[in-house]
Design a protein around this ligand. Structure first.
Ligand code: SF4
Ligand code: SF4
Length: 135
């Protein structure tokens, strides 16, 4: 009889995957909040980078599924420059996106985009957006 995998094991594996892809040790984050105070996207994200780090530390994969922060992060590196523990947060955000995209879960479905939404977009924005949001 196949053994059931507990939620804890699934979340532990998810956190390990995030750390492997990003190359960052999320346990180094001491929740100082400097990244949250520095982020230029603060008005547009559901949860601060500090909170994202806390959710990863506690293995809260499902809670993170509902947050837009990894997708809105502009990889501006402001938080990297100021992080008191030298954590490369954009790499962590990228790892969060990649865990979805590598499971073939696209964040944007190109065929659902309306012509009026894309007609004025610069071509380079379209290309980089599709690279970031689709697998
Ligand atoms: S890299 Fe992302 S999380 Fe960090 S400050 Fe810039 S937008 Fe915010
Ligand atoms: S600045 Fe660095 S140590 Fe402080 S909360 Fe953000 S990621 Fe964690």
């Amino acid at each position: 009889m196949p053994q059931e995998i507990s939620d804890k094991t699934i979340n532990d594996r998810w956190r390990r995957r995030i750390m492997e892809i990003s190359g960052e040790n999320v346990y180094q984050c001491m929740q100082c909040g400097t990244c949250a105070a520095s982020c230029p996207m603060a008005d547009d994200i559901d949860a601060s980078p500090r909170k994202v780090m806390a959710l990863i530390q506690f293995g809260q994969a499902e809670a993170l599924d509902h947050l837009n922060t990894p997708w809105v992060c502009a990889s501006c590196h402001m938080c990297v420059v100021r992080c008191t523990r030298g954590i490369d947060l954009p790499r962590v955000m990228e790892a969060l996106r990649l865990t979805k995209l590598r499971d073939n879960v696209d964040h944007v479905e190109p065929s659902n985009l309306q012509p009026e939404e894309v007609v004025d977009l610069p071509q380079i924005a379209m290309v980089s957006g599709l690279r970031k949001f689709t697998s």
